[in-house]
Design a protein around this ligand. Structure first.
Ligand SMILES: Nc1ncnc2c1ncn2[C@@H]1O[C@H](COP(=O)(O)OP(=O)(O)OP(=O)(O)O)[C@@H](O)[C@H]1O
Ligand SMILES: [Mg+2]
Length: 225
């Protein structure tokens, strides 16, 4: 496989429901993500954007087709076998931040590294490095409930990046933010993409995103158009 391809989907379909009620959330799509790409998945509600992110992120499996993530063919893996792939290779950013409310910003960012079982010193250095990079040092003792939406999303981005994943997936990351704060979050992701070559696939129908990012892939009824 081409070294620069971090995700390769070939003839992938995902169905929900049975019989007459069966719908193709994704209908035989092929799609490549290259190292350093910043791709926006656009399309109407229900078009299949989140479904595609979930497959890319190894949260769910396709019913048909092949998915290779960072050189690893996941086709024959079950969800249990996919979990370590997800932990090693994927960072996820959600619409509603999904921080753990009883943990501080620092502890939220630390969590993925604790799951990986790194030693304490390495964890501390890496968490502080990413908090520095994202300008979050002043917030590190704050709980999610003590931070604005934009600050919480910044912490969530730090949590997604702390493991240095091959690919960062973001599902409507600006949808719960006002347009100014949403633009700040998009600009942060663009800066990380440009300066650190971080690969981003982001689903959105927010004009704040669509006006800023050139590489837009539109999905309609489970197909890329
Ligand atoms: N767990 C599920 N069970 C049944 N149907 C589902 C499930 N998840 C998604 N679907 C269906 O699959 C299709 C694609 O949904 P998906 O969530 O991927 O759309 P989306 O583009 O992310 O929409 P939105 O912009 O509203 O987030 C929709 O018809 C949806 O109803
Ligand atoms: Mg969605």
């Amino acid at each position: 496989m081409n070294e620069s391809v971090v995700a390769k989907l070939t003839d992938v379909s995902k169905y929900y429901g049975n019989g007459e009620g069966r719908i193709a959330a994704l209908d035989n799509i092929s799609f490549n993500v290259k190292k350093g790409d910043f791709i926006v998945l656009a399309g109407l509600s229900g078009s299949g954007k989140s479904t595609l992110l979930h497959l890319l992120g190894c949260i769910d499996k396709p019913d048909k087709g092949q998915i290779i993530i960072d050189g690893q063919d996941t086709t024959m893996m079950n969800l249990e076998q996919l979990a370590p792939v997800r932990m090693e290779k994927i960072g996820f950013v959600f619409q509603s931040f999904n921080l753990v409310p009883v943990l501080t910003a620092y502890e939220n960012v630390e969590l993925p590294l604790l799951f990986k079982g790194l030693d304490r010193k390495k964890i501390k250095n890496r968490v502080n490095e990413i908090l520095d990079e994202l300008g979050l040092q002043e917030r590190k003792g704050h709980f999610p409930g003590e931070m604005s939406g934009g600050q919480q999303q910044r912490v969530a981005i730090a949590r997604a990046l702390v493991t240095s994943p091959a690919i960062v997936l973001a599902d409507e990351p600006t949808a719960n933010l006002d347009s100014k704060t949403g633009a700040d979050i998009v600009n942060l992701l663009v800066e990380l993409n440009e300066k650190k070559n971080i690969t981003v696939v982001l689903a959105s129908h927010d004009s704040v995103v669509l006006d800023r990012i050139k590489n837009i892939v539109t999905i309609k009824d489970g197909k890329i158009i």
